[in-house]
Design a protein around this ligand. Structure first.
Ligand code: UDP
Ligand code: MG
Length: 311
């Protein structure tokens, strides 16, 4: 590994960007050839100007600026694409607010040299973090694991991670339009190692993630990696089936014991609803089949091969 890109998504970060730069350069150690790739995600403040200034005074600094705010996921994608274009052997993604400590670079690189292709990070504990946010996050991982049947997605992992070129290439092959990076990391496979660190506050500025935004992001993760909508007609169909059973059995009993008229109306309604839910279930399934084809996810991801492409 020779050249490493540090990818830094930024959205309205004029207060943090210089503080970040002054800190991160202390850890861009030899013998590696470092690049800092800032991605300006449609900031409305002086973020882009500050990026230009840094790029002028330090040739390691490069930037991409979006025409508007496309979200952190898009910024990470663009940064990773740039790391390939600039021939980097690995990429480290991190936030600009120094909540992701650059002091971990050495440990991440060491883990990479031990043979881990993806070195990710998480907090040792949640001291100092908002307890409500921490509770919601934990609940999300439980629900996510239940619905997507993915029990191994790194719980509580941050986006701060080191990916080697193979993982970057695999990651970029996943063209999901709405991206849920943590799910994609799990999906692409490879050897992973987790490094834990203490929670740190933002150095300046404010968080760009409202509760509403986080909630939508959590739902997106579930939608992208499960067939969630199929469950709705399935559960409703099952309930209607049970209701039909109840109406038939209670109808027969009441007819035999008290000569009550058989509830044909209820039964007709139950059968009608059951037919609707079964139809909806198959429509959902068809839509998911179309989605999986349209996503064009790779059929497999190669980690190593010794095939010789003989003529
Ligand atoms: N960010 C971004 N686009 C957005 C929102 C956030 O590029 O739409 C960047 C932001 O500038 C920061 C990182 O993503 O570098 C993490 O954001 P933030 O610190 O606000 O999130 P938190 O740490 O509170 O989860
Ligand atoms: Mg932050």
């Amino acid at each position: 590994m020779e050249r490493i890109a540090v990818i830094v998504p930024c959205f309205n970060e004029e207060d943090t960007i210089n503080v970040y730069y002054n800190e991160v350069i202390k850890y861009l150690r030899e013998p590696y050839d470092w690049r800092i790739i800032f991605v300006n995600d449609g900031s409305k403040d002086k973020t882009l100007e500050l990026m230009r200034e840094l790029a002028k005074k330090d040739s390691r600094v490069q930037y991409i600026s979006f025409s508007r705010n496309f979200g952190k996921e898009a910024a990470m994608y663009a940064g990773l694409e740039a790391s390939l274009k600039t021939n980097c052997d690995a990429a480290i993604i991190m936030d600009v607010d120094l909540q992701d400590p650059p002091s971990l670079f050495d440990e991440m690189i060491k883990a990479h040299d031990e043979g881990y292709n993806l070195v990710y990070t998480k907090h040792k504990n949640r001291h100092g973090a908002n307890p409500f946010k921490a509770f919601c996050s934990l609940s999300f991982y439980k629900v996510y694991a239940f619905i997507t049947k993915d029990k191994e997605m790194a719980k509580g992992a941050r986006d701060f991670c080191l990916l080697d070129k193979k993982v970057v290439e695999a990651f970029l092959q996943i063209k999901d339009f709405e991206r849920f990076t943590k799910g994609i990391y799990h999906y692409v496979g490879f050897n992973k190692k987790c490094i834990e660190f203490e929670y740190a506050e933002r150095v300046a500025g404010t968080t760009k993630w409202s509760f509403k935004k986080l909630f939508h992001y959590a739902l997106l993760g579930i939608r992208e990696f499960s067939r969630f909508y199929e469950y709705i007609p399935k559960v409703l169909g099952l309930l209607t089936f049970l209701l039909l059973g109840y109406d038939v059995i209670s109808g027969i009993i009441l007819y035999n014991m008290y000569n009550t008229p058989f509830p044909w109306d209820h039964i007709r309604f139950d059968v009608f609803m059951l037919a609707i839910f079964i139809t909806l279930f198959y429509i959902c399934r068809l839509v998911y089949d179309v989605r999986i084809q349209a996503q064009h996810r790779p059929i497999y991801i190669e980690e190593e091969s010794n095939i010789k492409y003989d003529k």
